[in-house]
Design a binder for this molecule. Structure first.
Ligand code: CUA
Length: 352
């Protein structure tokens, strides 16, 4: 029966490794079209699984053979023949696994060095993990965006990954773009690196993969891999961004409330400095999600989020604002959505 269970389990693993869809995002960590990184890891996995299968077949085969050959027949007379020790067998079962482990070690080390080699001219993005969201800083362009990463297809990106900022307390997180690259720990006070060249246009799902508190599972982000031309429009627009002075009465009201309630913590370029340990809202209107990759960025989710985020996501630092009226919340939401790089719509790549 246990053999049957093992077979079922292995079958399950094989099926799980097939391209899967979760809410429209591919979660296949071995998607060979997404990056050379995945192909390298996939190649490694084939070797490891090959050895594992070999060991499985030999051990299980021997077990089945012994069970059948030495089964009780009812014709036994007294104790069967006893034996002790077998030098050749013992040497074999020590040497063979050692050789297998050494081969796997060699292959792994080779892949690690290959994947760690920096590409000259790679775009640098500084990644900062915070409880429970992500900050992205395009160092080469001086552009900051939170919880959403826009990347050009076919260009190498080097992530410089860290956590907290030395002043504000934070814990260890881990950065992973599920079906493209990862993972690397985001450790306060330490900078780790990982590099990838995204090869396929689309939306990728990012996730913290180091248990970091109540909302570890809710610490997500989105990656939009777009054509170079679209990336250029985004980054140029982001660099040139200037917050407009609102004239629409709702936006005027929104701005007023934003300055009272949000500006001390959140940054919008040209409006408020905020604090580095809270998400930047400069390009909020371009975002496809709220709550760090949790919900679609539509009023249905954004408005309750503004009013009572701790009720939606355990452990968030943003307090609830029970005193804001529905009109107030709508005004703030509209004001936030008015900040964006015009002419770009990343939601066409989004599926929930
Ligand atoms: Cu951050 Cu788990």
């Amino acid at each position: 029966r246990s053999l049957g269970l093992i077979v079922l389990l292995m079958l399950g693993l094989v099926l799980a490794a097939e391209p899967g869809q979760a809410g429209g995002h591919t979660l296949n960590i071995l998607d060979r079209d997404a990056s050379a990184f995945n192909r390298e890891v996939r190649g490694l996995l084939v070797w490891v699984m090959g050895f594992a299968a070999l060991v499985f077949v030999v051990v299980t085969g021997a077990l089945v053979y012994v069970t059948v050959k030495f089964r009780r027949t009812g014709k036994e007379t007294g104790e069967p023949e006893q034996m002790h020790g077998n030098d050749r067998l013992e040497v074999a079962w020590t040497v063979i696994p050692t050789v297998i482990v050494l081969i796997i070690f060699g292959l792994t080390a080779q892949s690690m060095f290959k994947l760690d080699r920096p590409t000259p001219g790679a775009m640098v993005v500084e990644v900062r993990g915070w409880q429970f969201w992500w900050d992205f800083h395009y160092k080469d362009y001086g552009v900051r965006n939170s919880n959403e990463l826009i990347l050009p297809v076919g260009k190498p990106v080097r992530f410089e990954i860290t956590g907290g900022d030395g002043t504000n307390y934070d814990v260890i997180h881990s950065f992973r773009i599920t079906s493209m690259v990862g993972a690397r720990d985001a450790i306060p006070g330490v900078v780790t690196h990982i590099e990838v060249t995204p090869e396929k246009i689309g939306t990728y799902y990012g996730q913290c993969v180091e248990l970091c508190g109540a909302s570890h599972a809710n610490m997500r982000f989105r990656v939009k891999v777009v054509p170079q031309e679209e990336f250029d429009r985004w980054i140029e627009g982001a660099r040139a961004f200037q917050a407009a002075t609102p004239t629409d009465p709702t936006l005027v009201r929104g701005q007023e409330l934003y300055k009272q309630q949000c500006a001390a913590c959140h940054a919008i370029k040209g409006v408020s400095q905020g604090a580095p340990n809270n998400p930047d809202l400069t390009f909020f209107g371009n975002r496809t999600t709220v709550g760090a990759g949790m919900w679609p960025n539509v009023p249905e989710y954004l408005e309750p989020w503004i009013k009572n985020s701790p009720g939606m996501k355990p452990g968030v630092k943003m307090p609830a604002f029970p005193n804001l009226s529905d009109e107030d919340v709508k005004a703030i939401a509209a004001y936030l959505m008015s900040h964006k790089v015009e002419g770009l719509d990343f939601s066409k790549l989004e599926k929930f």
